[in-house]
Ligand binder design. Sequence first.
Ligand code: FES
Length: 375
Amino acid sequence: MTHSHGETDIEPTADEIREMSPEEAMIAGAAVDGIHIVHRRDRFPVRGTKAEKRAERGVALCFLISALGGLAFIVYFCAGKWKWHLPGTSQTFRFYTPVLGATLAIMLLFLGIGLILWAKWLMPEEETIQDRHDVASTDEEKLLTEATLIQGLDDTGLPRRSLILRSLGLAGGALATVPLVALVGAMIKKPGDQLFHTMFRPRPHDPDFTETKGLIPLVDSNFRRIGPDDLEPGGLATVFPGVRAENENGYNGVTDASSPTLVIRLRPGQKVKSRKGQAGFGWPRENPQYLAFSKICTHAGCPASLYEQQTGRLLCPCHQSQFQVLEDAKPVFGPATRSLPKLPIDVQTGADGRQYFVARSDYKEAIGPGFWERP
Ligand code: FES
């Protein structure tokens, strides 16, 4: 081992190291490693002063706020009201996710601030210069490293700062519990059959749908009904279930994430090769010219809507899956493995005499990314 710095370069023997105080050994160890401590000062040479206690309380307060942030996250996750009606109006606010984010941010922010203030206010102030070196450690160096770690622990003041230790324990506990609550909590609430139904499910007894005989109209994002005349040959439109009432999660037909659907009008001469059991899902039922597919990619749920009308390919921009519309949106390229679910559609004449699309039933398959129960 080579050293280039004066007297500190002389390595102490093991016996000499054992004689030293941890701080002396740590300084000697640093010197052996080519680290020269130019300046080192205990911030509170006299223990237990008012100033030290004040600094300690400041750090503990940060950890306590962090713990409270974690606690607020857990309480809100388990029992929070995520929807709120502004009294006297029809406005609804949904802030479940923002509140979870804010409480988590408070927890992490104050944990970080507490750790920084601890180092800045309570641990010894130090300035060091380090040389580069490249050798394996000797036994003496290992002993010195050990002493450095011991002194480091002593520098944190942990053994004697029980207030900080306890409040840090609380913040650390919150940090560990939050992901656990999120994971376990998400498993407690069962999804039921909600993954297998969308808002296209017919509502035969709902007075809102008497005119359509209980079937759900296909509408655009402004709840305007869409009919065959709205599409050019080779064109497509994004449609939603025309349900204005909000479901139990606070979404209507347009805002509900499971709803987006594509209605595609084939070009003249294009014919569709239907999947088994889905031949009559398009319109007209014999020789369909209009087809409706879920817009949610079966790979990871992005909206698949880049349509090449000449070839009948529908592309998902996220990972380049391609679906062949002329074969009932079968995946022909990319990571998606399942066809886009097909919505059975029909046409009804509206009160204005125009023709409009309705969904004959809900989707027959679960929409969205594949999971373990799906074919
Ligand atoms: S989400 Fe469509 S290809 Fe991945």
